[in-house]
Design a protein around this ligand. Structure first.
Ligand SMILES: Cc1cc2nc3c(=O)[nH]c(=O)nc-3n(C[C@H](O)[C@H](O)[C@H](O)COP(=O)(O)O)c2cc1C
Length: 387
């Protein structure tokens, strides 16, 4: 090695700085969740596989397994599949809305008739069982399994678990992550003794986690939301919504978050369940291609705008609440997935979805870490990570 050459010195100084930097990733969030890097792979129902979860946890982040609304049997087998692939901490994600009362009435009938006609146009076999006969699984049926399987972290969206469930999980040494879309929701979560709060901005892909009101949910952008939540609560905050590279992670940390929860950037990874057509559209999407809609599920969610969303909007019909609309649109969703029909396919995605790349989840994760380290070194702000 020629120590007289500047390039050699430069490389070694870079390595030493990087070593110092690695240590600086550690903060209150990483120690709370027992992880190496404060980067969480967002739970994405219908997309996330046990392989994706394990890849992120094995790389030093926190993988999140979504099980919202799934049966206890499926929940158990998915958790076991993750545990077979990693011994590192991972999160299981629940939908914590109150159990719906049985629904019937003209709103459901009108929507059923409209979808029946739309199904004919797209040649979708349309058959929906009567709502009274449909079985919806509550998070309460999943809590016992999480305790039995010693799940280290439980995250949730659409509300706060009841006191009994929180107590059961806390007694089992589970760390809890709640989702807030405004300061008021963050304060309610803090009062219920959760350990971490995800501040989910308006740009985020998938469902809004709002629970104060879903009819007219808070629409605060990540840049505005994160500092307000970080100032209002004592807990570590995770920023979520259109964070898809090192610049975004660094910005989240500077805004007062202690970590980032990232979804859309993993949509096209090898371990994702998204089909080819879906992945292709994502990579060619621009920020204006996503929109908020209630058309598929009855709850507000952000996804790639398509013919199905536009048709439901143009119908002017009132949309039944979650999970009744979810049930009514089931034939469209499953047919579209089978046939890769992007006109009808659910393609939840955030405003930074075009940054999704076709690589392995571990490669994407490592690149997020390296990009953040580079941004920090470049801007000489490494100290900011060490709060
Ligand atoms: C396809 C998809 C499915 C999602 N499913 C869930 C879910 O099951 N549970 C949950 O808490 N959040 C879910 N989300 C929201 C994410 O947790 C997270 O807030 C969001 O992905 C962050 O924004 P980003 O997509 O811009 O990174 C989903 C997001 C996407 C894109």
């Amino acid at each position: 090695m020629n120590w007289n050459e500047w390039d050699v010195w430069d490389e070694w100084i870079g390595r030493i700085l990087q070593q110092m930097f690695f240590m600086r990733w550690q903060n209150r969030l990483t120690s709370t969740l027992n992880i190496e890097y404060p980067i969480v792979q967002a739970p994405m129902l219908g997309i996330t596989t046990p392989e994706m979860v394990a890849a992120i946890s094995n790389a030093g982040g926190l993988g999140s397994l979504p099980v919202g609304g799934l049966s206890p049997e499926t929940t158990l087998s998915l958790i076991k599949a993750v545990k077979a692939l990693t011994s590192r901490p991972f999160a299981v994600n629940l939908f914590t809305f109150p159990h719906p009362s049985p629904a019937s009435g003209p709103m459901l009938d009108n929507m059923r008739q409209f979808l029946d006609v739309l199904a004919e146009k797209y040649e979708v076999p349309f058959s929906v069982p009567p709502m009274e006969s449909v079985r919806f699984y509550s998070y309460k049926e999943q809590i016992g399994i999480l305790v039995q399987e010693k799940v280290p972290v439980v995250s949730f969206t659409f509300g706060i678990p009841d006191d009994e469930s929180i107590m059961t999980l806390k007694n089992a040494a589970c760390r809890l992550i709640g989702t807030a879309t405004c300061v008021e929701e963050a304060l309610l979560l803090e009062n219920k003794f959760v350990d971490v709060i995800t501040a989910q901005g308006f740009e985020a892909g998938g469902h809004r986690g709002s629970f104060i009101t879903d009819n007219d949910p808070p629409l605060v952008g990540t840049f505005a939301l994160v500092p307000q939540v970080a100032d209002a609560v004592q807990l570590p905050v995770l920023a979520a919504g259109a964070i898809a590279d090192g610049r975004g992670i660094m910005a989240a940390l500077l805004l007062g978050a202690m970590g980032a929860q990232i979804g859309s950037a993993f949509l096209a990874c090898h371990e994702s369940q998204a089909g080819n057509a879906h992945k292709h559209i994502l990579q060619n999407a621009s920020a204006i291609d996503t929109t908020l809609t209630r058309s598929y599920t009855g709850r507000w969610a952000r996804g790639i705008n398509n013919a199905f969303m536009k048709a439901v909007k143009q119908s002017g019909l009132e949309i039944p609440a979650y999970p009744f609309q979810l049930q009514l649109t089931m034939p469209f969703r499953s047919h579209a997935q089978k046939m890769e029909m992007t006109d009808l396919l659910v393609m939840w995605a955030g405003q930074a979805a075009s940054k999704a790349v076709r690589k392995s989840a571990a490669e994407i994760f490592q690149s997020l870490v390296q990009q953040t380290e580079k941004v920090a070194q470049k801007s000489s702000m490494t100290g900011e990570l060490n709060r």
